[in-house]
Design a protein around this ligand. Structure first.
Ligand SMILES: Nc1ncnc2c1ncn2[C@@H]1O[C@H](COP(=O)(O)OP(=O)(O)OP(=O)(O)O)[C@@H](O)[C@H]1O
Length: 252
């Protein structure tokens, strides 16, 4: 199957800091991919390059077969790439409904009834319908995270980039969010999810990539990636002498 997203030989540096080093990575249509890696590995920079906030120094980014390396962020949104930000950025004074509606208008150029219908559907799917008339500024953290996902969904994406949406949530809240994301994936949405809350990823994604030093150090089945000695050393702080260990140990 042709990849939905394909990054080829991407390189990006900020002075002496290299966030991507000749990196090649693909995401299939409808795939759920988790990305882990130590702080500063270049995960958010990768999202910024996919969504168009950051331009790679070298390499090509293709979405649905089209070269989007030089495309503006809004063109990528309209092509079908939605994203969330690590720190939720809703319009605080607008209601939950209005926040999602704006994304349908601006991101997907929906008008009138179609924009309303999309908004209602997204609020239902993300569990926010009961809060439709609440100003975003009054939401607690879980609902702000839900709204961040809903705003990305409002643009009608085929691929959504989730940047640490589980961060800062309590354990029951993480499970609620996992339920929302899994449901979206079941309905056919492609997902790339950067997350330090590793067990949320394991419950959701079919494939995991570990990034370090601007490159992919492991790529495959999530449990196997987490048990990889290189990943344990780089990401989880276990020395190579610790051996592969079991996935259960890694997840503790
Ligand atoms: N615009 C920028 N200018 C200069 N340096 C930057 C810029 N953006 C990111 N960096 C640096 O690039 C490195 C990678 O940052 P990035 O945020 O992509 O990492 P990350 O893997 O997402 O980290 P975390 O898990 O902490 O969110 C860091 O050292 C960061 O300071």
């Amino acid at each position: 199957m042709a990849p939905l997203l394909h990054l080829e030989n991407i390189t990006k540096s900020f002075g002496r800091v290299t966030v991507a080093k000749d990196m090649t990575l693909s995401v299939a249509p409808g795939e759920a991919l988790g990305i882990v890696g130590p702080n500063g590995a270049g995960k958010s920079s990768l999202f910024a390059m996919i969504s168009g906030d950051l331009r790679p120094d070298r390499g090509t980014i293709r979405f649905d077969g089209r070269d989007i390396t030089g495309a503006a962020p809004h063109a990528r949104t309209r092509a079908g790439i939605g994203r969330t930000y690590q720190v939720p950025r809703p319009f605080e004074h607008l209601t939950v409904f209005e926040n999602v509606l704006v994304c349908g208008h601006q991101g997907a150029r929906l008008k009138g009834r179609a924009a309303w219908q999309r908004t209602m559907e997204v609020l239902d799917r993300t569990g926010l319908a009961p809060l439709a008339n609440t100003p975003a500024g009054r939401l607690g953290l879980l609902q702000r995270k839900r709204l961040e996902v809903a705003r990305a969904m409002g643009t009608g994406p085929r691929l959504v980039l989730l940047d640490e949406v589980a961060g800062g949530l309590t354990e029951p809240e993480v499970l609620e969010l996992v339920t929302v994301v899994r449901q979206l994936h079941t309905e056919g949405l492609g997902i790339v999810w950067i997350e330090h809350v590793v067990h949320a990823l394991v419950k959701t994604v079919g494939r995991m990539v570990c990034l370090a030093g601007g490159d992919v150090v492991a790529d495959g089945d999530p449990v196997e990636v987490l048990a990889d000695p290189k990943v344990r050393e780089l990401y989880l702080g276990a020395g190579p002498e610790a051996g592969a260990g079991t996935a259960a140990e890694v997840l503790q």
